[in-house]
Design a protein around this ligand. Structure first.
Ligand SMILES: Nc1ncnc2c1ncn2[C@@H]1O[C@H](COP(=O)(O)OP(=O)(O)O)[C@@H](O)[C@H]1O
Ligand SMILES: [Mg+2]
Length: 320
């Protein structure tokens, strides 16, 4: 994979964090999460997707993270058997000595990503897609179940999966469809119960004065839940509220419960209820709304009051 570090340096020097697409190096945003910003560089013949993660204070931290990232990707690909786009990382110290870090992946067709396709597929095909996602998840939890040392976590949201060989002109999903898993930048590996990644990094983008509070309130719950298949599944389904397809939720709950019963009985997972999904969705929504508004305030303080640089891109109102 050919990554042009000089171009990234130039990009960092000129990035307009309020309007990332208007900087000197032309980029197009492919997606953004609560912390990261995923973009492509226009006219990039390598067709790469860059995920910018501005959370590292020192070399030790970034190196440890890269180690965990590579381990995680390798395990998911070689031992678990998920399909991942080709990947790499890039990092450097910018002019001010600050660490800039990117996860880099082969760019896949944006139309093929789960949260897009659920707006064009037929309802039956969406159900098939969720079934296929459940089969990918079973590989992950099957691995952890067999392995007495390593536990893997995964973020099963529909926006983290994409359809391989997707044809936007003829969108289709059937039981033979293969999926990519995209969201590997937060390495969730526990070795004998100990987190390989510094979990605290996850909250690095929250303002410092509130970090301890968020940590106490949410960190165990937010990171821990990605290791539990049942919770990850609730998260996957609750996502359909956010993606504005709530009418599908009852049938998806029936589908995953049937899946647990028939395809994964050895995991002894209790059936999921609608009330649970709804309650979860409301509390999750609150966590992120608080998180984002606190960050907006922090950005205001840093840029307007203290005239300092702000590292993060903050999405405009995310529809939830
Ligand atoms: N390799 C890629 N090619 C094209 N788009 C991508 C790629 N990786 C991520 N994206 C887009 O960016 C979004 C966020 O990426 P993801 O890795 O899930 O990060 P986050 O941690 O922010 O959820 C994805 O839902 C997808 O739309
Ligand atoms: Mg994601």
């Amino acid at each position: 994979m050919k990554i042009n570090i000089d171009l990234l340096r130039e990009l960092e020097q000129s990035i307009d964090i309020f309007h990332p697409e208007k900087g000197k190096i032309p980029i197009k945003m492919l997606g953004f999460g609560e912390i990261s910003l995923v973009f492509k560089i226009l006219d990039d013949s390598e067709h790469l997707a860059y995920k910018r993660i501005p959370i590292f204070d020192n070399e030790h931290q970034v190196k440890r993270h890269i180690w965990a990232y590579r381990e995680y990707n390798k395990l998911l690909k070689e031992r678990v058997g998920l399909n991942l786009p080709d990947y790499d990382v890039a990092w450097f110290k910018d002019q001010e000595g600050k660490i800039q870090f990117y996860c880099v992946q082969k760019k896949i067709n944006s139309d093929s990503v789960g949260n897009r396709v659920i707006h064009v597929l037929k309802n039956d095909e969406i159900k098939t897609l969720v079934l296929l996602v459940m089969r990918e998840l079973k590989k992950v939890w099957g691995f952890s179940k067999k392995n007495s040392v390593i536990d893997l976590g995964l973020d099963g949201q529909i926006s983290n999966f994409a359809i391989i060989n997707y044809d936007p002109n003829n969108p289709k999903v059937n039981l033979d469809t293969k999926l990519y898993y995209l969201d590997t930048s937060t390495p969730m590996i526990r070795v004998n119960g100990i987190e390989a990644m510094e979990a605290v990094l996850f909250l690095k983008s929250a303002p410092s004065f509130l970090r301890w509070l968020l940590k106490a309130l949410f960190l165990e719950e937010t990171v821990g839940r990605y290791y539990e298949w049942r919770k990850v599944t609730i998260d996957l389904i609750a996502n359909f509220f956010k993606e504005q397809r709530p009418e599908l939720i009852p049938s998806l709950i029936r589908l995953v419960n049937k899946f647990f019963r028939e395809e994964a009985p050895e995991f002894e997972i209790e059936p999921i209820t609608f009330e649970e999904v709804q309650k979860y969705y409301k509390s999750d929504k609150n966590i992120w709304v608080i998180f984002q508004s606190v960050r907006k305030f922090d950005r205001y303080l840093k840029t307007k009051v203290f005239k300092k640089k702000y590292d993060f891109y903050l999405p405009e109102k995310i529809k939830r």
